[in-house]
Structure formats: structure tokens, C-alpha cells
Design a protein around this ligand. Structure first.
Ligand SMILES: [Zn+2]
Ligand SMILES: [Zn+2]
Length: 394
């Protein structure tokens, strides 16, 4: 079995991993690039034979670990007819979000195969077992790849401080000593002091804010189901949790696919906002996004209820930089606004713990600008630093 990281050995977004045997070739994730920390944009002009253009080499499947754009953004460039795979719940969320954007990807997503936690499937002579993990995208997976008597674990994006954080390490326990290569994300290795507070601590902070302010607007990604669960949980004792119809469809999907795992995904006290909100005795907590409709909804609160209103920015700094003007429009004029956020990615300690739990023979860091910052204790000598496009024989 051979591994090739087309992209991601020295950058955070746009990771593309290839795994090949004599007979089969699969691609894991096909995303668009994200800007470097210095703000510069990496080159996007990646072409892969048999994936983005027809050539001698064929591709038997593209597997997506989750729906974030830096893992799926090049889907539109993939040759039609290559079988695509994504987690069942993730596929539904992805489809709804692309329908909302009216993107050209809808039929491609509808045709995707879906996989489930722990249910092994095969592509040619490669066996794939999805392992549900914790991330800021709903229904995200690590993938265990088995072929030629070897095992590779691709972590996708993961963390251990989210709503499902407690499931991550126990699931890796069963792989202890059985994995030849662990390809791990290392996003936070590039940051000096990443915010890796538990999502459950955000609930506690949000509860205090819900007590203090009558009207709370949360600027949050519609597909960051964990974060919406945080604010839903924090608000239900005191307030109505409100959102628009699109957001509600995502929450209902999360409830369908996730509530067997945790009550946090039930969202049973949420409702679609309505015209006369002033009648709500204890106010509300509303999930909002940088779309025009929300600016109009927020306007009267800025004008008439400023002292009783709070705007919470609950997304990454990177998103804020990219959409500064529109976010400022939403927040501007409100006397009270704060940031409440935590990383969707593993802390340095979580990477250490995951690596030491699996105890793979080799460890390859990707999805990071600074792979050399990885610390895995006694396993340090097992770390392999690859360049983009380099072949690695397992
Ligand atoms: Zn992600
Ligand atoms: Zn990512």
C-alpha cells in the first residue's frame, strides 16, 4: 500500500490524501485551500490525473471525512462517475447547506454513497471502516484503511473537547498497536495559544450571559451543530431558542442522526422565529448569520432594546478576517458584544493522547503549517515528515 499527500503536509486547508494498492486507488478528501496564517493564499491550481482530469490512472473512490469546504471544496472539479462517500448524517447536512446556497453540487451530493460509524465497506481490495469522531462539523469521521495486510488510520479533522469529545480516545483504544501509519491532523500545532476550551464550558459561560441579557444574538456557522447545541442548552431554562427555517432543517437532521449519542443534539426547545418577538417574556437566544434577513431582524433591537441586547460572535478569527465588513455591520451599534469560541481542532495534548493510544509504527502530520511542532513523547522517532506529492510505501 502506498500513501501520497497531494496537499496538506505544510498547510491547513485543502488536504488531499491518496492511498493505492496494485489494484485500487482511493482519495481521502478533496478540499479547497485556506489562507496561510500570514494571510497569503496558497495556490489552488491542483490537477490530479484520474480525479480532476481523465488520464491513464483511474480513481476508484473519493471518501470525504466531513463536509467542511477545506475537505470538499473541489468536489465540483472531480470527474463525474467516480463513486463518492460521506457519513450518512454529514451528507444530509451538506446537501441542505448546498441547497441553501443554490450551488451546482446538489445532484453530485444526492448521488453520494453514505457510510456509517463502524460499518466496514470495501472499494476494490481496500477495506474502509469509518470511526465517528469529535469535530466542529457534524458526523465527522476518522477512516481506518486496510489493504495488503497493512492498516492506515486517517484522523480527518478531530478534537477531544467538543460535545462528543469523550468518545474519541476509547474508540482508538481498540486499535492500539495494530496500525502501521497514523495520518493525523495538526491544525493547532501552528498556533501559540489555541483556544481549546471544552464546548461544555462554553455552555456555562453562555448560561451566565443568558441570565444577564434578554435578547441574545449568536453569530454562528449554520453547520456547526456542536456550537448551536451549546447555545440551545444554555438558553432553554430561561429563553426560547430561535433560528430561521434553514437552520431548523439542519437541527432536525442533527437530531435524527445524532440524538442517540447525546441529548445535546435533540434541539427540542428550538423554534423558527416569528414576527412579534416582543411578546416573549424572558426574551430569546437567536442563531444568526451574515445574511441580509438577519440584519433586518436585529435592527429594532439595536434601536429600541440596546441595553437588554447582546451579540455573541461564535466563529473563528479566520472567518472574522474574511468577512470583517459584514460582521461589523451586524455587531456595530450594539453596546454589548463579545466573542465566545473554541477550536474545532485537537489540542497539542489531544494529538499526543490520540497518537499514544493508537501507537502506530509511523505518524504523519498533515493539515498544519508546522508539522515539526508535533510532540508525541516516546513515539517522537516514529514521526515522518512528508512533502506534498511524495510517495510513502507502507
Ligand atoms: Zn473540518
Ligand atoms: Zn479541515
Amino acid at each position: 500500500m502506498k500513501i501520497k499527500i497531494y496537499r496538506g503536509t505544510h498547510q491547513i486547508g485543502g488536504c488531499i490524501t491518496e492511498i493505492t494498492t496494485e489494484k485500487t486507488r482511493i482519495i481521502i478528501d478533496l478540499g479547497t485551500v485556506l489562507p496561510y496564517r500570514n494571510g497569503k493564499m496558497p495556490k489552488e491550481n491542483l490537477v490530479i490525473e484520474g480525479v480532476t482530469y481523465i488520464g491513464h490512472q483511474k480513481c476508484d473512490a473519493i471518501l470525504f471525512t466531513h463536509y467542511h469546504n477545506d475537505h470538499t471544496g473541489l468536489l465540483g472539479k472531480a470527474i463525474e462517475g467516480i463513486p463518492l462517500y460521506m457519513g450518512e448524517g454529514a451528507k444530509k447536512i451538506f446537501l441542505l447547506s448546498q441547497k441553501h446556497k443554490d450551488s451546482g453540487l446538489i445532484s453530485r451530493i444526492e448521488q453520494m454513497n453514505s457510510y456509517r460509524d463502524g460499518e466496514t465497506f470495501t472499494v476494490g481490495d481496500i477495506k474502509i471502516t469509518p470511526i465517528l469522531t469529535d469535530h466542529s462539523a457534524f458526523d465527522a469521521y476518522m477512516l481506518l484503511i486496510e489493504a495488503d495486510g497493512k492498516r492506515v488510520l486517517h484522523t480527518g479533522d478531530f478534537r477531544t473537547h467538543g460535545i462528543k469529545g469523550r468518545i474519541v480516545i476509547p474508540r482508538l483504544n481498540s486499535l492500539h498497536g495494530l496500525v502501521d501509519v497514523m495520518i493525523t491532523e495538526g491544525t493547532n500545532l501552528s498556533y501559540k495559544n489555541p483556544v481549546v476550551t471544552s464546548e461544555y464550558l462554553l455552555v456555562e459561560a453562555a448560561e451566565i450571559l443568558m441570565e444577564r441579557y434578554r435578547y441574545v444574538f449568536v453569530i454562528c456557522s449554520a453547520t456547526d451543530i456542536d456550537r448551536l447545541a451549546v447555545f440551545h442548552k444554555a438558553s432553554v431554562r430561561k429563553k426560547r431558542f430561535l433560528c430561521d427555517a434553514y437552520q431548523m432543517s439542519l437541527l432536525e437532521t442533527a437530531a435524527k442522526y445524532g440524538s442517540s449519542l447525546t441529548d445535546c443534539y435533540r434541539f427540542d426547545r428550538s423554534s423558527v422565529y416569528f414576527e412579534d418577538l416582543d411578546g416573549l417574556q424572558d426574551g430569546f437566544c437567536m442563531a444568526v448569520r451574515n445574511e441580509k434577513d438577519f440584519l433586518e431582524i436585529m435592527e429594532p433591537y439595536r434601536e429600541k432594546h440596546n441595553e437588554e441586547s447582546l451579540v455573541i460572535y461564535s466563529m473563528s478569527e479566520g472567518y472574522l478576517k474574511k468577512h470583517q465588513q459584514t460582521i461589523e455591520k451586524m455587531i456595530g451599534g450594539f453596546r454589548y458584544h463579545i466573542k465566545l469560541h473554541t477550536s474545532g481542532h485537537a489540542s497539542e495534548e489531544a494529538i499526543w493522547e490520540a497518537a499514544n493510544t493508537v501507537c502506530a509504527k509511523k505518524i504523519i502530520p498533515i493539515h498544519t503549517e508546522d508539522p515539526e511542532n508535533i510532540r508525541v513523547g516516546a513515539l517522537q522517532e516514529r514521526v515522518v515528515f512528508l512533502e506534498d506529492g511524495e510517495d510513502f510505501q507502507v
